[in-house]
Design a protein around this ligand. Structure first.
Ligand code: FES
Length: 124
């Protein structure tokens, strides 16, 4: 039911792990299935120089995390905030209908990590 690209990212996910002293951390849980995803980001000059993730979830969620992290590395924070779950699903060549909720997690966790970083770095 998964295409080869999704299976490739599931079997060989890119950027798995934790960044020690991450500049931002995003955590999301799926209300549909209870799976969890954590994104860790490293920021330099307003750019994502490193993105890693830990996903406790289904094959689609792992493939989505892998793809979202790959898309985001090298982007500015503003660019990465514009990545949508459908962008990630599209880059993966599509996901089965009943797995679309899984694709929300990647973009959400990434955005939360950026918001976490921005919250810490807001000077008022
Ligand atoms: Fe839970 Fe996919 S079934 S994220």
């Amino acid at each position: 039911m998964y295409n080869d690209k999704v299976l490739g990212h599931f079997e060989n996910p890119r950027n798995v792990g934790v960044i020690e002293n991450a500049d931002g951390i995003g955590e999301v849980g799926s209300p549909v299935c209870g799976d969890m995803m954590y994104f860790y980001i490293k920021v330099e000059n307003d750019k994502l120089v490193d993105v890693k993730f830990k996903t406790f979830g289904c094959a689609a969620a792992i493939a989505v995390s892998s793809m979202a992290s790959e898309m985001a590395i090298g982007m500015s924070l503003d660019e990465a905030m514009k990545i949508t779950s459908s962008d990630v699903a599209k880059e993966l060549g599509g996901l089965p209908e009943r797995k679309l909720h899984c694709s929300n997690l990647g973009a959400d966790a990434l955005h939360k990590a950026i918001e976490n970083y921005r919250g810490k770095n807001t000077k008022d």
